[in-house]
Design a protein around this ligand. Structure first.
Ligand code: HPA
Ligand code: MG
Length: 259
């Protein structure tokens, strides 16, 4: 695959944000409808399940996980079963909104592969058991911007040459984690250039980071504090994708797999 390298821009989507009862609320949520803007208020449901800053996670010995990571994790942050249950509900919300449309699911690799596979499976089950149907094509794009646990300024997009197939289509971008929102903004700009009819974004995790733009996907699994998490296909230098739960990496794990 020929790769294109796109430098992430520092200009962020203009937003008015105000602080209400402990929650940051975007008064103007930037619309993902290509070429149009819509006013909408964020509700708590838009943020998904909110994991508080002081959430310690579960002790590792209450769960099973690969022995080779026994020294490398601090806690189980979101157990696999909870991820699956939340994904099932997101699939229902997507069916309610998009059912009876044709969609192209654009899976953001590598971290999004597990969430995308499970979300597509849940949608398939719902299609079998309801009157609504959601014909899906699945396509893939690869983004890379992290080294160790730090975001680099350069965003690599691979697979961009196939995106002309998105023209005139309803696109559902499926991403494992959104932190600053800058990567997603760059990706949305890139996808919009191919003139899809509609773009929606499903993000399993939204991480609260100080440099965040306040961007929220249309469908959010969990909002998490600013901790580096691994598992369920999320990696640290390519390790931990073979872990079912979402866990917090330990200092020892960071040292062991550092590049
Ligand atoms: N884990 C893995 N990949 C990531 C993270 C994270 O916490 N944040 C952004 N990319
Ligand atoms: Mg990664």
């Amino acid at each position: 695959m020929a790769g294109v390298v796109i430098s992430s821009t520092t200009d962020e989507h203009a937003r008015r944000v105000r602080f209400i009862r402990g929650f940051w609320i975007n008064e103007l949520k930037e619309s993902n409808m290509a070429g149009r803007e819509q006013e909408c208020k964020q509700t708590d449901a838009d943020k998904g399940i909110v994991i508080p800053d002081d959430w310690p996670g579960y002790p590792l010995d209450l769960f099973s996980f690969p022995e080779h990571y026994s020294e490398d994790l601090e806690c189980v942050y979101i157990p696999h079963g909870v991820i699956m249950d939340r994904t099932e509900r997101l699939a229902r919300n997507i069916m309610d909104d998009l059912g009876d449309h044709d969609i192209v699911v654009l899976c953001v690799l590598k971290g999004g592969y597990q969430f995308c596979a499970d979300l597509v499976d849940c949608i398939k089950v719902l299609c079998r058991n309801s009157n609504k149907t959601l014909p899906m094509r699945v396509d893939f794009i690869r983004l890379k911007s992290y080294l160790n646990d730090q975001s680099t300024q350069v965003l690599h997009i691979e697979g961009a040459e196939n995106l002309s197939a998105l023209s005139g289509k309803n696109v559902l971008i499926v991403e494992a984690i959104v932190d600053t929102g800058k990567t997603m903004k760059t990706l949305l700009d890139h996808v919009e250039a191919f003139r899809p009819k509609m773009i929606k974004v499903a993000g399993l995790l939204v991480k609260q980071v100080p440099s965040g733009t306040g961007y929220l996907p249309d469908y959010v699994g969990f909002e998490i504090p600013n901790r580096f998490v691994v598992g369920y296909a999320l990696d640290y230098n390519e390790y931990f994708r073979d872990l079912n739960h979402i866990c917090v990496i330990s200092d020892r794990g960071k040292q062991k797999y550092k590049i």
